[in-house]
Design a protein around this ligand. Structure first.
Ligand SMILES: [Fe+2]
Length: 434
Protein backbone atom coordinates (compact mmCIF):
# COMPACT_ATOMS: atom_id res chain seq x y z
CA UNK A 1 0.00 0.00 0.00
CA UNK A 2 1.30 3.45 -0.90
CA UNK A 3 2.18 5.53 2.12
CA UNK A 4 0.36 8.75 2.68
CA UNK A 5 2.85 11.58 2.78
CA UNK A 6 2.51 14.50 5.13
CA UNK A 7 1.59 17.60 3.16
CA UNK A 8 1.92 20.94 4.89
CA UNK A 9 -1.52 22.56 4.61
CA UNK A 10 -0.33 25.97 3.77
CA UNK A 11 3.17 27.13 4.33
CA UNK A 12 4.33 26.55 7.84
CA UNK A 13 4.68 30.17 8.76
CA UNK A 14 8.08 31.67 9.20
CA UNK A 15 9.61 31.37 12.61
CA UNK A 16 9.67 34.55 14.64
CA UNK A 17 13.12 35.36 16.05
CA UNK A 18 13.14 33.94 19.57
CA UNK A 19 9.80 32.27 18.86
CA UNK A 20 8.71 28.64 18.95
CA UNK A 21 10.91 26.58 16.61
CA UNK A 22 8.95 25.25 13.63
CA UNK A 23 11.55 22.91 12.09
CA UNK A 24 10.19 19.50 11.24
CA UNK A 25 11.89 16.77 13.28
CA UNK A 26 10.79 13.51 11.68
CA UNK A 27 10.33 10.44 13.85
CA UNK A 28 13.37 8.18 14.05
CA UNK A 29 13.17 5.74 11.12
CA UNK A 30 13.86 2.66 13.26
CA UNK A 31 10.53 2.74 15.10
CA UNK A 32 9.19 -0.02 12.84
CA UNK A 33 5.64 -1.34 12.71
CA UNK A 34 5.63 -3.99 15.44
CA UNK A 35 2.53 -4.55 17.50
CA UNK A 36 2.70 -2.88 20.93
CA UNK A 37 1.81 -5.60 23.48
CA UNK A 38 -1.44 -5.00 25.32
CA UNK A 39 0.10 -6.18 28.60
CA UNK A 40 1.61 -2.70 28.92
CA UNK A 41 -1.91 -1.43 29.48
CA UNK A 42 -3.39 -4.27 31.51
CA UNK A 43 -0.77 -6.03 33.60
CA UNK A 44 0.06 -5.32 37.22
CA UNK A 45 3.65 -6.45 36.60
CA UNK A 46 4.14 -3.79 33.97
CA UNK A 47 2.50 -1.25 36.27
CA UNK A 48 4.99 -2.15 39.02
CA UNK A 49 7.88 -1.75 36.59
CA UNK A 50 6.52 1.67 35.60
CA UNK A 51 6.48 2.69 39.22
CA UNK A 52 10.05 1.57 39.85
CA UNK A 53 11.63 2.82 36.66
CA UNK A 54 9.42 5.57 35.29
CA UNK A 55 7.33 7.47 37.84
CA UNK A 56 10.10 7.50 40.43
CA UNK A 57 12.73 8.64 37.88
CA UNK A 58 11.18 11.41 35.77
CA UNK A 59 10.13 15.04 36.28
CA UNK A 60 6.43 15.48 37.10
CA UNK A 61 4.06 18.43 37.15
CA UNK A 62 2.92 19.75 40.53
CA UNK A 63 0.81 22.65 39.22
CA UNK A 64 0.83 26.34 38.36
CA UNK A 65 3.14 28.96 39.86
CA UNK A 66 0.14 31.32 40.06
CA UNK A 67 -1.14 29.09 42.89
CA UNK A 68 2.14 29.71 44.73
CA UNK A 69 2.27 33.51 44.82
CA UNK A 70 2.84 34.13 48.54
CA UNK A 71 5.32 32.50 50.93
CA UNK A 72 3.59 29.46 52.44
CA UNK A 73 1.31 28.91 49.43
CA UNK A 74 1.46 25.23 48.66
CA UNK A 75 0.17 22.58 46.27
CA UNK A 76 -0.25 19.06 47.59
CA UNK A 77 -0.49 16.61 44.70
CA UNK A 78 -0.61 12.84 44.42
CA UNK A 79 1.15 10.50 42.05
CA UNK A 80 0.64 6.76 42.43
CA UNK A 81 1.22 5.86 46.07
CA UNK A 82 3.04 9.11 46.86
CA UNK A 83 1.83 12.52 47.95
CA UNK A 84 4.04 15.58 47.49
CA UNK A 85 3.94 19.14 48.88
CA UNK A 86 5.38 21.97 46.79
CA UNK A 87 5.64 25.21 48.75
CA UNK A 88 6.70 28.81 48.08
CA UNK A 89 9.61 29.82 50.30
CA UNK A 90 10.15 33.12 52.11
CA UNK A 91 13.00 33.91 49.70
CA UNK A 92 10.75 33.43 46.65
CA UNK A 93 12.13 30.01 45.79
CA UNK A 94 10.12 26.83 45.80
CA UNK A 95 10.76 23.52 47.59
CA UNK A 96 9.16 20.08 47.32
CA UNK A 97 8.76 17.48 50.07
CA UNK A 98 7.25 14.07 50.52
CA UNK A 99 3.96 14.61 52.36
CA UNK A 100 4.90 12.23 55.17
CA UNK A 101 5.38 12.93 58.86
CA UNK A 102 8.67 11.36 59.90
CA UNK A 103 7.21 10.29 63.25
CA UNK A 104 4.53 7.69 62.49
CA UNK A 105 4.06 8.19 58.75
CA UNK A 106 0.90 10.27 58.72
CA UNK A 107 0.12 12.54 55.78
CA UNK A 108 0.85 16.08 56.97
CA UNK A 109 -1.60 17.93 54.67
CA UNK A 110 -4.51 16.94 52.42
CA UNK A 111 -4.38 17.01 48.61
CA UNK A 112 -5.20 20.49 47.31
CA UNK A 113 -4.04 24.11 47.29
CA UNK A 114 -3.70 26.24 50.41
CA UNK A 115 -1.37 28.42 52.48
CA UNK A 116 0.41 27.32 55.64
CA UNK A 117 2.61 29.09 58.17
CA UNK A 118 3.93 25.66 59.16
CA UNK A 119 3.00 22.06 58.40
CA UNK A 120 1.69 20.41 61.55
CA UNK A 121 0.89 16.72 61.70
CA UNK A 122 -2.61 16.13 63.06
CA UNK A 123 -1.63 12.86 64.79
CA UNK A 124 0.87 13.97 67.49
CA UNK A 125 1.54 17.55 66.49
CA UNK A 126 5.01 17.23 64.99
CA UNK A 127 5.51 20.51 63.18
CA UNK A 128 7.64 21.46 60.18
CA UNK A 129 8.49 24.87 58.71
CA UNK A 130 7.97 25.87 55.07
CA UNK A 131 11.58 24.89 54.53
CA UNK A 132 10.73 21.40 55.77
CA UNK A 133 12.85 21.68 58.94
CA UNK A 134 11.44 20.73 62.35
CA UNK A 135 10.06 23.69 64.28
CA UNK A 136 8.41 21.77 67.11
CA UNK A 137 8.46 18.23 68.40
CA UNK A 138 6.08 18.12 71.40
CA UNK A 139 7.61 16.65 74.56
CA UNK A 140 10.99 16.18 73.02
CA UNK A 141 12.21 14.67 76.31
CA UNK A 142 10.30 11.49 75.36
CA UNK A 143 12.83 10.94 72.58
CA UNK A 144 16.23 10.53 74.23
CA UNK A 145 17.45 9.21 70.88
CA UNK A 146 16.87 12.69 69.39
CA UNK A 147 15.10 13.51 66.12
CA UNK A 148 14.88 10.98 63.30
CA UNK A 149 16.13 13.50 60.70
CA UNK A 150 16.14 17.23 59.90
CA UNK A 151 12.48 17.27 58.88
CA UNK A 152 10.39 16.49 55.84
CA UNK A 153 12.24 14.61 53.10
CA UNK A 154 13.06 17.06 50.32
CA UNK A 155 12.70 16.41 46.58
CA UNK A 156 14.10 18.13 43.48
CA UNK A 157 11.89 20.96 42.29
CA UNK A 158 11.94 23.32 39.28
CA UNK A 159 9.90 26.18 37.82
CA UNK A 160 9.46 26.45 34.07
CA UNK A 161 7.10 28.72 32.13
CA UNK A 162 5.03 29.37 35.25
CA UNK A 163 4.66 25.65 35.88
CA UNK A 164 6.15 23.85 38.86
CA UNK A 165 7.73 20.42 38.58
CA UNK A 166 9.17 17.92 41.04
CA UNK A 167 10.84 14.54 40.84
CA UNK A 168 10.58 11.58 43.21
CA UNK A 169 14.23 10.82 42.37
CA UNK A 170 16.74 12.85 44.37
CA UNK A 171 19.37 11.97 41.75
CA UNK A 172 17.22 12.87 38.72
CA UNK A 173 18.93 14.59 35.79
CA UNK A 174 18.62 18.38 35.86
CA UNK A 175 15.26 19.74 34.70
CA UNK A 176 17.12 21.79 32.06
CA UNK A 177 18.54 18.60 30.56
CA UNK A 178 15.19 16.83 30.83
CA UNK A 179 13.39 19.39 28.66
CA UNK A 180 16.45 20.55 26.68
CA UNK A 181 15.09 19.85 23.19
CA UNK A 182 11.85 21.79 23.79
CA UNK A 183 13.31 24.31 26.22
CA UNK A 184 12.27 27.46 24.36
CA UNK A 185 9.07 26.18 22.75
CA UNK A 186 6.52 27.57 25.25
CA UNK A 187 8.12 30.90 26.23
CA UNK A 188 6.45 32.81 23.35
CA UNK A 189 2.99 31.95 24.73
CA UNK A 190 3.80 33.67 28.02
CA UNK A 191 1.75 31.42 30.29
CA UNK A 192 2.47 33.85 33.14
CA UNK A 193 -0.07 36.29 31.71
CA UNK A 194 -2.83 33.64 31.58
CA UNK A 195 -5.22 32.91 34.46
CA UNK A 196 -6.67 29.57 35.51
CA UNK A 197 -10.29 29.25 34.36
CA UNK A 198 -10.75 25.49 34.68
CA UNK A 199 -9.42 22.93 37.16
CA UNK A 200 -10.97 19.47 37.00
CA UNK A 201 -10.01 15.88 37.70
CA UNK A 202 -11.82 12.90 36.23
CA UNK A 203 -11.35 9.31 37.30
CA UNK A 204 -11.54 7.09 34.23
CA UNK A 205 -11.68 3.30 33.90
CA UNK A 206 -8.63 2.95 31.68
CA UNK A 207 -4.87 2.75 31.87
CA UNK A 208 -3.15 6.15 32.01
CA UNK A 209 -1.38 5.44 28.70
CA UNK A 210 -4.68 4.86 26.89
CA UNK A 211 -5.52 8.42 27.89
CA UNK A 212 -2.12 9.76 26.76
CA UNK A 213 -2.63 7.95 23.43
CA UNK A 214 -6.04 9.54 22.89
CA UNK A 215 -4.35 12.95 22.69
CA UNK A 216 -1.23 11.78 20.85
CA UNK A 217 -2.81 11.13 17.47
CA UNK A 218 -5.36 12.84 15.21
CA UNK A 219 -6.43 9.68 13.39
CA UNK A 220 -9.39 9.26 15.77
CA UNK A 221 -10.81 12.72 15.01
CA UNK A 222 -13.04 11.66 12.09
CA UNK A 223 -14.78 8.85 13.97
CA UNK A 224 -14.75 10.26 17.50
CA UNK A 225 -15.08 14.01 16.91
CA UNK A 226 -16.72 14.39 13.46
CA UNK A 227 -17.71 17.97 14.31
CA UNK A 228 -14.03 18.96 14.34
CA UNK A 229 -13.61 18.10 10.64
CA UNK A 230 -15.29 21.40 9.81
CA UNK A 231 -12.52 23.52 11.24
CA UNK A 232 -9.27 21.61 11.48
CA UNK A 233 -7.10 19.43 9.28
CA UNK A 234 -6.35 16.26 11.20
CA UNK A 235 -4.59 14.54 8.29
CA UNK A 236 -1.82 17.01 7.40
CA UNK A 237 -0.33 17.58 10.80
CA UNK A 238 3.38 18.14 11.22
CA UNK A 239 4.61 15.46 13.63
CA UNK A 240 7.88 16.10 15.45
CA UNK A 241 9.55 13.57 17.73
CA UNK A 242 12.31 14.68 20.08
CA UNK A 243 14.43 12.68 22.47
CA UNK A 244 11.59 11.93 24.87
CA UNK A 245 8.93 14.54 24.11
CA UNK A 246 6.92 15.00 20.91
CA UNK A 247 4.39 17.30 19.27
CA UNK A 248 2.06 17.75 16.35
CA UNK A 249 0.99 21.02 14.80
CA UNK A 250 -2.69 20.94 13.88
CA UNK A 251 -3.94 23.56 11.43
CA UNK A 252 -7.19 25.18 12.62
CA UNK A 253 -9.33 27.42 10.41
CA UNK A 254 -9.43 24.93 7.52
CA UNK A 255 -11.66 21.97 6.79
CA UNK A 256 -10.39 18.40 6.89
CA UNK A 257 -9.34 16.86 3.54
CA UNK A 258 -12.05 14.28 4.30
CA UNK A 259 -14.62 17.01 3.58
CA UNK A 260 -14.79 16.88 -0.19
CA UNK A 261 -16.12 20.35 -0.78
CA UNK A 262 -17.61 22.76 1.65
CA UNK A 263 -20.50 24.41 -0.25
CA UNK A 264 -20.35 27.50 1.91
CA UNK A 265 -18.48 28.59 5.00
CA UNK A 266 -19.12 25.92 7.66
CA UNK A 267 -20.63 27.36 10.87
CA UNK A 268 -17.54 26.61 13.01
CA UNK A 269 -15.38 28.60 10.59
CA UNK A 270 -17.94 31.42 10.60
CA UNK A 271 -17.65 31.38 14.37
CA UNK A 272 -13.86 31.51 14.17
CA UNK A 273 -14.07 34.52 11.79
CA UNK A 274 -16.54 36.32 14.04
CA UNK A 275 -14.38 35.66 17.10
CA UNK A 276 -11.44 37.20 15.27
CA UNK A 277 -13.55 40.26 14.40
CA UNK A 278 -14.27 39.41 10.75
CA UNK A 279 -17.70 39.42 9.11
CA UNK A 280 -18.28 36.07 7.35
CA UNK A 281 -21.14 37.57 5.31
CA UNK A 282 -18.80 39.94 3.54
CA UNK A 283 -16.15 37.29 2.76
CA UNK A 284 -16.19 36.19 -0.85
CA UNK A 285 -12.98 34.16 -1.01
CA UNK A 286 -12.60 30.38 -0.90
CA UNK A 287 -13.11 28.39 2.30
CA UNK A 288 -9.46 27.34 2.26
CA UNK A 289 -8.43 31.00 2.35
CA UNK A 290 -10.07 31.62 5.71
CA UNK A 291 -7.19 30.48 7.92
CA UNK A 292 -4.89 32.95 6.26
CA UNK A 293 -7.19 35.96 6.53
CA UNK A 294 -8.04 35.11 10.13
CA UNK A 295 -4.34 35.00 10.98
CA UNK A 296 -3.71 38.32 9.20
CA UNK A 297 -6.68 39.96 10.88
CA UNK A 298 -5.66 38.81 14.36
CA UNK A 299 -2.15 40.08 13.68
CA UNK A 300 -3.40 43.44 12.43
CA UNK A 301 -5.81 44.10 15.29
CA UNK A 302 -3.91 42.62 18.26
CA UNK A 303 -2.04 45.74 19.24
CA UNK A 304 -5.13 47.96 19.27
CA UNK A 305 -6.84 45.37 21.49
CA UNK A 306 -3.93 45.37 23.89
CA UNK A 307 -2.82 41.85 22.97
CA UNK A 308 0.83 41.05 22.49
CA UNK A 309 1.37 38.21 20.05
CA UNK A 310 4.75 39.51 18.87
CA UNK A 311 6.59 36.34 19.87
CA UNK A 312 4.13 34.02 18.09
CA UNK A 313 4.26 33.10 14.41
CA UNK A 314 1.16 33.45 12.22
CA UNK A 315 0.18 29.77 12.46
CA UNK A 316 0.16 29.98 16.23
CA UNK A 317 -2.61 32.60 15.97
CA UNK A 318 -5.02 29.91 14.74
CA UNK A 319 -3.47 26.48 15.27
CA UNK A 320 -3.02 23.98 18.07
CA UNK A 321 0.60 23.20 18.83
CA UNK A 322 0.01 19.97 20.74
CA UNK A 323 2.90 18.67 22.87
CA UNK A 324 3.50 15.59 24.94
CA UNK A 325 5.92 16.47 27.70
CA UNK A 326 7.01 12.99 28.69
CA UNK A 327 5.62 11.01 30.32
CA UNK A 328 2.17 12.36 31.13
CA UNK A 329 1.48 15.96 30.10
CA UNK A 330 -0.54 16.99 27.04
CA UNK A 331 -0.24 20.68 26.13
CA UNK A 332 -2.76 22.14 23.67
CA UNK A 333 -1.16 25.54 23.18
CA UNK A 334 -3.03 28.39 21.50
CA UNK A 335 -2.30 32.11 21.23
CA UNK A 336 -4.74 33.00 23.99
CA UNK A 337 -5.15 29.83 26.00
CA UNK A 338 -3.54 26.61 27.09
CA UNK A 339 -5.44 23.40 27.73
CA UNK A 340 -3.17 21.26 29.84
CA UNK A 341 -3.94 17.61 30.61
CA UNK A 342 -2.12 15.46 33.14
CA UNK A 343 -2.59 11.69 32.95
CA UNK A 344 -1.90 10.01 36.31
CA UNK A 345 -1.82 6.30 37.10
CA UNK A 346 -4.09 4.80 39.72
CA UNK A 347 -2.00 3.71 42.75
CA UNK A 348 -2.90 0.01 42.40
CA UNK A 349 -5.15 -0.69 39.40
CA UNK A 350 -3.76 -0.64 35.84
CA UNK A 351 -7.36 -0.37 34.59
CA UNK A 352 -7.99 3.01 36.22
CA UNK A 353 -6.41 6.46 36.07
CA UNK A 354 -6.86 10.15 36.89
CA UNK A 355 -7.23 12.74 34.16
CA UNK A 356 -6.52 16.31 35.27
CA UNK A 357 -7.60 19.14 32.96
CA UNK A 358 -6.69 22.77 33.40
CA UNK A 359 -7.38 25.73 31.15
CA UNK A 360 -5.49 28.98 31.50
CA UNK A 361 -6.53 32.00 29.42
CA UNK A 362 -4.98 35.26 28.27
CA UNK A 363 -7.66 37.82 29.20
CA UNK A 364 -6.78 41.46 28.53
CA UNK A 365 -10.15 42.96 29.41
CA UNK A 366 -9.93 43.60 33.17
CA UNK A 367 -13.71 43.38 33.47
CA UNK A 368 -13.69 39.88 31.98
CA UNK A 369 -11.14 38.57 34.45
CA UNK A 370 -12.56 35.92 36.79
CA UNK A 371 -13.02 37.30 40.28
CA UNK A 372 -11.70 34.16 41.90
CA UNK A 373 -9.88 30.98 41.04
CA UNK A 374 -12.21 28.17 39.91
CA UNK A 375 -12.84 25.41 42.41
CA UNK A 376 -11.36 21.99 41.71
CA UNK A 377 -14.09 19.83 40.17
CA UNK A 378 -14.02 16.05 40.68
CA UNK A 379 -15.71 13.83 38.14
CA UNK A 380 -16.05 10.07 38.36
CA UNK A 381 -16.68 7.89 35.30
CA UNK A 382 -18.28 10.72 33.32
CA UNK A 383 -20.87 11.71 35.95
CA UNK A 384 -20.40 15.37 34.86
CA UNK A 385 -19.48 16.86 31.51
CA UNK A 386 -15.98 18.15 30.79
CA UNK A 387 -17.03 19.64 27.43
CA UNK A 388 -18.03 17.79 24.27
CA UNK A 389 -14.58 16.89 22.92
CA UNK A 390 -13.17 15.54 26.20
CA UNK A 391 -16.46 13.73 26.88
CA UNK A 392 -16.10 12.05 23.48
CA UNK A 393 -12.54 10.95 24.29
CA UNK A 394 -13.37 9.96 27.86
CA UNK A 395 -16.40 8.02 26.56
CA UNK A 396 -14.19 5.83 24.39
CA UNK A 397 -11.60 4.96 26.97
CA UNK A 398 -13.41 2.54 29.34
CA UNK A 399 -14.56 0.58 26.28
CA UNK A 400 -11.00 0.58 24.92
CA UNK A 401 -9.69 -0.71 28.24
CA UNK A 402 -12.36 -3.42 28.42
CA UNK A 403 -11.51 -4.54 24.89
CA UNK A 404 -7.80 -4.56 25.62
CA UNK A 405 -8.52 -7.06 28.39
CA UNK A 406 -10.26 -9.39 25.94
CA UNK A 407 -8.62 -12.67 24.85
CA UNK A 408 -9.22 -11.53 21.27
CA UNK A 409 -6.90 -8.56 21.52
CA UNK A 410 -3.12 -8.76 21.36
CA UNK A 411 -1.92 -5.19 21.18
CA UNK A 412 -1.81 -1.81 19.45
CA UNK A 413 -1.66 -1.93 15.64
CA UNK A 414 -0.44 1.56 14.89
CA UNK A 415 -0.40 3.50 11.63
CA UNK A 416 1.62 6.48 10.46
CA UNK A 417 -0.69 9.08 12.01
CA UNK A 418 -0.14 7.33 15.35
CA UNK A 419 3.65 7.49 15.25
CA UNK A 420 3.83 9.61 18.40
CA UNK A 421 2.36 6.67 20.32
CA UNK A 422 5.07 4.42 18.88
CA UNK A 423 7.74 6.96 19.77
CA UNK A 424 6.27 7.24 23.29
CA UNK A 425 6.60 3.47 23.74
CA UNK A 426 10.20 3.59 22.53
CA UNK A 427 10.97 6.17 25.22
CA UNK A 428 9.08 4.01 27.77
CA UNK A 429 11.26 1.06 26.72
CA UNK A 430 14.38 3.11 27.38
CA UNK A 431 13.18 3.97 30.88
CA UNK A 432 11.95 0.49 31.71
CA UNK A 433 15.01 -1.33 30.37
CA UNK A 434 17.12 -2.68 33.20
FE1 LIG B 1 -9.88 13.15 20.85
Amino acid sequence: MARREYKPVARVSEAVPGGTPVEHTPPPDDLGYDLIPKSRYTSEDYMRLEWERLWTKVWLLAGFAQDLEEPGDYICTEIGRESVIVVRQDDGGVKAFFNVCMHRGNRVVAEGIDNAETFKCSYHGWEYGRDGRFVNLPNGELFPQGKPCRGLVELPCAEWNSLVFFSLDKDVMSFEDYIADIAGHFEPYKFDRMVITRDATAEWACNWKASVDAFNETYHVAATHPQLLWYLNEMDVQIDCYERHSRYLVPFGVTSPRIQRAPEIPPPLKFMMTEAGLDPASYEGPVDGIRDIVQKHIRATAEAEGRDYSALNDDQLTDDYNYLVFPNLTFNTHADHLMLFRHRPHPTDPNRMFFDAWTIEYIVDEEALPTRRPRHKIIKDGDRSMGMVIDQDGGNLPKVQAGMNSAAYQGLWLGDLEVRIRHFHKVMDDYLAD
